[in-house]
Design a protein around this ligand. Structure first.
Ligand SMILES: *Cc1c(COP(=O)(O)O)cnc(C)c1O
Length: 554
């Protein structure tokens, strides 16, 4: 491979590692290590055909697949030897299989599913050409059983297939499985089928002390669970289980592979059964239980933090999905949050730490101080960008406090400032800094300071010009009586200080970052109102003797 191709891969690896630090919004556990399974990747393993039957293709992991299915039978309280299943490519394939089976059994049936059902259901029903009716959801996400009852009553002459959700994607709601069965009884609907989509919930419910009814014990006919969600896998996967007597009725034999063709796809992933088997055997169900408990505790921590910011955060008692008011898109993009209408959610999967949540909360707080764009009206904006040595320099002729705006915008995007030097001169403001992700920082600044638009009418400075402008700024001339303030070294800290200064009407002449170490940052702030500044930050002031500090290298 060429050096360019190699470096492209390396860069991609670095990007993935970076993005994984802010992975709060999707229900995929990122905490795993399957490196002991690496050696299996050198063989063309393939699980084609029915996992329970011998096949002519011997390079398979059917044995592990069957072991796994046993574990899932136990977790879903299926009666022994009465369910059949296989390891799928994910929750979607499991739903597809469940509904396919139901259609083969009752071709004329209508499928009922809720407004909050996963988007895959709609698509699957179209693939299968099944008649369906969407049932209303209650505000907290569960299927509205009054609506289901009324709708079923009207269509009592046709068999009913209900696709219930155990853990809706957006709000984590569990549909009332026993309530649905009761409606079948009440209406004397003899021909019915109940499929459960338990993509995430299927690996949460088994570990709760008192889960709502959700599985075979509650009379369901089939269930789909994702493998890459709560368990975690580098390759998407899942499991589907269905009553064996149904599957036997529709199985078809295929001579070519010498086995029964009971699965949806032909060739099937043989590596993911190893992954799931390894996870369940190495972690063990006891530790899984602790892991799930930990997820719920982290969810409660997130709710506490969000409540302090008045974000209307809540969760169902059985779900690790925290629903709250939808924040601005700068936040949802940075933290990869899913949104629906005016709500957003974050999902405290095992890899989510309190520290990550603190950083997330800090970005939310920072954003509160950021007005809706544009921050600087075009008429007074002569801001321009230039860069040398990976630094970003922003020069504005505007009287607005440039550093407050810049630090706030960066904090909201979760970017940290690695080096900083900001001065207010008579002609305007200069912010010269180094950030951890320059590309993103430029994007954010363009968005919030409208620098992009200004480019059109004031030309960017060349690096020589910038260096010249900066060299004319005499830092020491503005830094007498500067104070040293200690901050937590994380996105948002500086923005908060700047906001406090603004709230107290304290004009800042200069700010520079002196040092960063062990989670602390030392910042020097010069102002004509040093006594007021001292009073506000009394608990964080280190000492104030700027003369002893090294000259800032621009
Ligand atoms: C994620 C999810 C699915 C889809 O599962 P995939 O594994 O992504 O195919 C289906 N239903 C629900 C409720 C889900 O949360």
């Amino acid at each position: 491979m060429s050096a360019a191709d190699q470096s492209r891969l390396d860069q991609f690896f670095a990007d993935v590692a970076e993005e994984s630090k802010s992975f709060l919004g999707y229900p995929c556990n990122g905490l795993f290590d399957y490196s002991p399974l690496f050696k299996f990747l050198q063989y063309p393993l393939n699980n084609v055909g029915d996992p329970f039957l011998p096949s002519n293709y011997h390079l398979n992991t059917h044995e592990f697949e069957c072991d796994l299915l046993k574990i899932f039978q136990t977790l879903t309280q299926a009666p022994e030897n009465q369910t059949w299943g296989y390891i799928t490519n994910g929750g979607t394939e499991g739903n597809h299989y469940g509904l396919f089976l139901a259609r083969e059994l009752m071709p004329k049936a209508i499928v009922y599913y809720s407004q909050d059902a996963h988007y895959s259901i709609d698509k699957i029903l179209r693939c299968l050409g099944m008649r369906s009716i969407m049932i209303r959801s209650l505000p907290k996400g569960a299927m509205d059983l009054d609506d289901l009852r009324e709708t079923l009553r009207i269509h009592r002459d046709l068999p009913a297939i209900v696709c219930a959700t155990v853990g809706t994607t957006m709000k984590g709601a569990v549909d009332d499985i026993l309530g649905i069965q009761n409606i079948f009884q009440e209406l004397a609907l003899k021909r019915h089928y109940l499929h459960v989509d338990a993509a995430l919930g299927g690996m949460v419910m088994p570990f709760l002390a008192d889960p709502p009814p959700w599985n075979f014990e509650a009379g369901i006919d089939s269930i789909a669970i994702s493998g890459h969600k709560m368990i975690g896998s580098p390759i998407p996967c899942g499991v589907v289980l269905a009553k064996k007597s149904y599957v036997d009725r529709i199985a078809q034999s295929v001579e070519y592979i010498g086995t029964l063709d009971t699965t949806l796809s032909g060739s099937r992933n043989a590596f993911t059964p190893l992954v799931l088997w390894y996870a369940l055997h190495s972690i063990g169900l006891d530790r899984f239980q602790q892991m799930v408990k930990g997820c719920l505790e982290t969810a409660d921590y997130a709710i506490d933090q969000l409540t302090q910011l008045d974000r209307n955060a809540w969760r169902h008692p059985y779900a690790n999905i925290v629903v709250f008011d939808r924040p601005a898109s700068i936040i949802t993009q940075r933290w990869q949050l899913a949104c629906q209408g005016d709500i957003s959610h974050l999902i405290t999967m095992p890899h989510v730490t309190k520290e990550q949540l603190d950083n997330f909360i800090a970005s939310l707080q920072a954003l509160e101080t950021l007005p809706d764009r544009p921050v600087m009206p075009l008429s007074v904006c002569e801001t321009t960008l230039s860069d040398t040595d990976q630094n970003i320099t922003i020069i504005s002729s505007d009287a607005i406090n440039l550093l407050t705006q810049v630090s706030t915008a960066l904090a909201a995007a979760g970017l940290s400032i690695e080096d900083l030097f900001a001065v207010k001169t008579q002609g305007g403001s200069i912010v010269h800094m180094k950030v951890d992700n320059r590309e993103k920082a430029l994007q954010i600044l363009n968005l919030h300071l409208d620098i992009g638009r200004c480019h059109g009418h004031s030309r960017p400075f060349s690096s020589e010009e910038t260096a010249q402008i900066l060299s004319q700024v005499n830092y020491h001339a503005v830094s007498d009586e500067a104070l040293l303030i200690q901050l937590q070294d994380r996105p948002g800290s500086l923005a908060q200080v700047m906001k406090q200064c603004q709230d107290h009407n304290i004009a800042i002449r200069a700010v520079r970052l002196i040092s960063r170490s062990q989670g602390e940052a030392l910042v020097e702030i010069a102002s004509d109102q040093a006594p007021q500044l001292k009073a506000i930050f009394s608990d964080r002031i280190l000492h104030s003797n700027p003369a002893k500090l090294p000259e800032h290298q621009v």
